[in-house]
Design a protein around this ligand. Structure first.
Ligand code: NAD
Length: 375
């Protein structure tokens, strides 16, 4: 069992601390991005320069988990909106991955290059310690592994750290994407033998490269691109991959397109260019907008929803909360859940003539409503 959730209860802090943590749920409820979030905490410490929002969206399945983003949003409401949207996304991601976790996310309203001082992190660690039991954090944009390690020395509820943490998530994510990609191929072709199948991979970073290695071992024909020329040259040499320019990869003649670089690569402008019949890759937020999945469906392209197929990273971090401690083998054993869920999504989407991302959301909602009622 994971730690007990104590929504709205805060641990005591030292009387001398300059930090205040207040519940601003009522204020957040006025924003369009508010979606019945359980609780929004604001941490303020003028002395140490901290303004942090921790949004807890839904803890019906377990304590909230989601990274801390450090970003200089133009306004406080923009930072709050970001926290509201991201925490909601985490609820769906955890639910569809069948994890006993809820959705949460934190935004520190600051410029990571200029404002992220040890004092600010000290104040934030105090805030985290107060939310121990209801919120677990991790790295995100603007918060590095070193920062996570620093916070972990001061608060228990920090995941993805060096010591006692779950190590580099990329091999786990890549394996989950590989299994998901095969499930998508099998759905279309009735078998999952990738020999000779042409797969266009966009991005040869930690996940993209590890994915390519698996696909090459299966006999797939790789067409790859990266903005980093060295990686492209290495792929030609070590993976025997055909290479193309970042502009041309979307239109590459391929059976499968695997976006493993940036978000928003699939839009009304780019979807008509796709030659592949399947999109299955690691990148977060692949669609420019939710409705772009309908454009893919209308073109007969099978889309593996990004947050379902790339859930390996979250499954990996969740492994840290296991009472017996983190164990990579146990984490890897959970990955077949990804192709199972995807196959479920494909079946329901086809039967009902609906985009796969709508069905993914519906499955997450079903798992949430079958859990205990919201606190
Ligand atoms: P990474 O930074 O290691 O790799 C990204 C690669 O994409 C880099 O090699 C970069 O040069 C390349 N790239 C950037 N712009 C490009 C472009 N226009 N065309 C082609 N290549 C381009 O990142 P990663 O950890 O491999 O993650 C890849 C994607 O998967 C990201 O969207 C990330 O959010 C998502 N993701 C990663 C994990 C994980 O465990 N690392 C988990 C879930 C989701």
């Amino acid at each position: 069992m994971l730690m007990q959730v104590e929504t709205r209860a805060l641990r005591k802090q030292a009387a001398t601390s300059s930090l205040t943590v207040t519940d601003i749920t009522a204020q957040a409820a006025k924003l369009e991005a508010f979606d019945g979030h359980e609780c929004i905490w604001l941490g303020r410490d003028e002395e140490r320069g901290l303004t942090a929002i921790v949004a807890i969206h839904d803890t019906r399945l377990g304590p909230a988990l989601g990274g801390t983003r450090v970003w200089p949003h133009e306004t406080f409401d923009a930072a709050l909106t970001d926290a509201l949207r991201l925490s909601r996304g985490m609820t769906y991601k955890a639910a569809v991955a069948n994890l006993p976790l809820g959705g949460g996310k934190a935004v520190i309203w600051a410029d990571p290059a200029r404002d992220k001082t040890p004092q600010l992190l000290d104040a934030y660690a105090e805030m985290l310690a107060q939310l121990d039991g209801q919120y677990f954090t991790a790295e995100d944009v603007g918060l590095s592994l070193a920062d996570a390690d620093y916070l972990r020395e001061r608060a228990r509820n920090v995941t993805g750290t060096t010591k006692g943490g779950s190590l580099n998530p990329s091999p786990v994510t890549a394996h989950g994407v590989y299994l998901g990609l095969k499930a998508a191929f099998a759905w279309r072709n009735g078998h999952d033998d990738l020999t000779g199948v042409r797969i266009a991979v966009q991005g040869l970073g930690s996940v993209g490269w590890a994915l390519c290695e698996r696909l090459r071992d299966d006999g797939a024909k790789l067409i790859v691109s990266d903005i980093n020329e060295l990686r492209v040259a290495k792929a030609r040499k070590e993976l025997g991959a055909e290479t193309t320019t970042p502009d041309a990869i979307l239109a590459a003649e391929a059976d499968i397109f695997a976006p493993c670089a940036l978000g928003a690569v699939l839009s009304a402008e780019t979807i008509p260019l796709l030659q592949a019949g399947i999109v299955a890759g690691a990148a977060n937020n692949q669609l420019a907008g939710h409705d772009d999945a309908k454009l893919l469906m209308d073109r007969g392209i099978l889309y593996a929803p990004d947050y379902v197929i790339n859930a390996g990273g979250l499954i990996n971090v969740a492994g840290e909360l296991d009472p017996d401690g983190y164990d990579r083998e146990r984490v890897m054993a959970r990955l077949p859940e990804i192709p199972r869920t995807l196959t479920d999504i494909f079946a329901r989407a086809e039967k009902q003539g609906r985009p796969t991302n709508d069905v993914a959301r519906e499955i997450a909602e079903e798992r949430l409503t079958s859990a205990r009622p919201a606190a």
